[in-house]
Design a protein around this ligand. Structure first.
Ligand SMILES: [Zn+2]
Length: 450
């Protein structure tokens, strides 16, 4: 037997038709919402894969991480995918029908913060300064469950924002089956240049907890990078710029030499460095300093995007965070004039696309509600990408970028059985990704509304 949450489970044999107490097929969003509420009330029901037994999953069509195949299905055996192809050529000991759906690789969120919740609920400063570690972790467990429920079976969590290594603990709790959630790649504390990060603006006589760890110069950066790795960071996140200019504007922080040093130190342990960067100069330094991904990139110029394309650095534009923050300050989309920051972001996306930069899916979720990760996918289309490109970004491209494509991100024989079924055709209308009806992680059914 494998790990699994078993509350409410009544028998182990009939894994294929295990339900969450509701039996009708998906009809609309409303019924999904009702089921979600019901799910939250009764906690979680997960079936447990039976070794030696194969399950044939039969949707209308599949997206294999690259392309759509009509009439194809997937066979799962234990934790792994054992076959992918036309349903007529596939066999399984049991069968799960997913009528009207497209079956895809489990979605991969490229930029989350499980230790944060939306800033319109509580400001970032107050979360870092006033919420106890216990409260933040308790919230994190809920965020993990909501994320998996939405079809995201893997997340790259980019910084605990003052919660130490609580992200490492969450990751381990999920791995051990203590709580349901996606597999996690975690950054831990993240690294900032001294004096650049927040919370800021307090009487200097008081020591105020920071949202990340300060380090500078050769010895310090090497030590802190290694220390974060030793404490469980899967990757190092640095802030290549931050809002510490004379008028509170974003300005570069680390030198190219410092960034290179962190990249080399992390690379020695087989880990990548990724950078928060919003200014063209911060982005340029980060790319030349060897980072693998750039987060945000609001001030990206054609020159910088050319450099990123040349070096294969992947861009995470975090569109959903920008739109959410604008809405928190009162902007009503479709009613009010577009804020300058969004107009700029649209131009930046256009240039990045024109220059052939690889664009990953990662919304900076935590700034907005966990489980609403699909907002980023919707906006990526709105800002100029095709739905098919966005599906690739969220599955195979994210997997490749995070060095996990040998395990997840595609529907291929031998890969981990992380799967999500959505109603409709998300390659034609990206909004379909909101309508999740089935989630399997690691061969275990976490959600089945069919
Ligand atoms: Zn972030």
């Amino acid at each position: 037997m494998r790990r699994g949450i078993t509350i409410g489970r009544t028998g182990k044999a009939d894994r294929t038709r295990l339900k969450i107490g509701l039996t009708s097929p998906i009809k609309d969003q409303v019924s999904l919402r009702m089921k979600r509420t019901f799910f939250l009330l009764i906690s979680v029901v997960i079936s447990i894969p039976l070794f030696g037994q194969s399950i044939l999953l039969v949707p209308d069509r599949i997206f294999d991480g690259e392309n759509i195949h009509e009439g194809w299905g997937v066979v799962v055996e234990g934790r792994r995918i054992s076959a992918v192809g036309p349903v007529s050529e596939l066999k399984g000991d049991s069968r799960i029908d997913l009528p009207g759906s497209t079956l895809l690789p489990g979605f991969i969120e490229g930029h989350s913060h499980f230790l944060l919740h939306p800033y319109n609920e509580t400001s970032w400063n107050d979360q870092v300064l006033k919420e106890s570690r216990a409260e933040r972790v308790a919230r994190g467990t809920v965020h993990a469950r909501e994320t998996l429920w939405a079809g995201f079976t893997t997340v790259r969590d980019l910084g605990s924002e003052g919660a130490g290594y609580a992200d490492v603990g969450l990751k381990i709790a999920i791995q051990k089956g203590v709580i349901p959630g996606p597999r996690m790649l975690v950054a831990g504390k993240a690294i900032v240049a001294t004096g650049s990060y927040g919370p800021a603006g307090f009487d200097p006589d008081f020591e105020v907890p920071l949202g990340a760890e300060e380090a500078d110069g050769v010895d310090d950066l090497i030590r802190v990078t290694r220390d974060q790795i030793g404490n469980g960071a899967d990757l190092i996140k640095v802030y290549a710029d931050y809002r510490w200019g004379p008028n509170g504007e974003a300005m570069p922080t680390f030198s190219i030499e410092e960034l290179t040093l962190m990249s080399q130190t992390a690379a020695s342990s087989g880990r990548p460095v990724v950078a928060h960067a919003g200014t063209a100069e911060g982005m340029r330094r980060a790319v030349l300093g060897g980072v693998e991904t750039i987060e945000h990139g609001d001030g990206g110029t054609r020159e910088v995007f050319k450099l990123m394309a040349e070096r294969g650095v992947v861009f995470y534009p975090t569109l959903a965070a920008v739109e959410s923050i604008s809405s928190y300050s009162g902007w009503k989309k479709g009613v009010d004039p577009e804020p300058a920051r969004i107009t700029t972001k649209k131009k930046v996306m256009k240039v990045a696309i024109e220059e052939g930069v690889l664009i990953g899916m990662g919304g900076d979720v935590g700034v907005f509600s966990h489980g609403k990760n699909a907002l980023e996918m919707e906006l990526m289309v709105e800002y100029g990408m095709s739905p098919l490109q966005v599906l690739r970004s969220t599955t195979s491209l994210n997997a490749k970028t995070f060095h996990i494509s040998d395990r997840v991100g595609s529907l291929k024989t031998g890969l981990t059985a992380d799967l999500v079924a959505v109603m409709g055709k998300p390659d034609l209308d990206i909004k379909a990704v909101w309508n999740v009806g089935f989630v399997m992680k690691d061969g275990a059914v976490f959600r089945n509304d069919f």
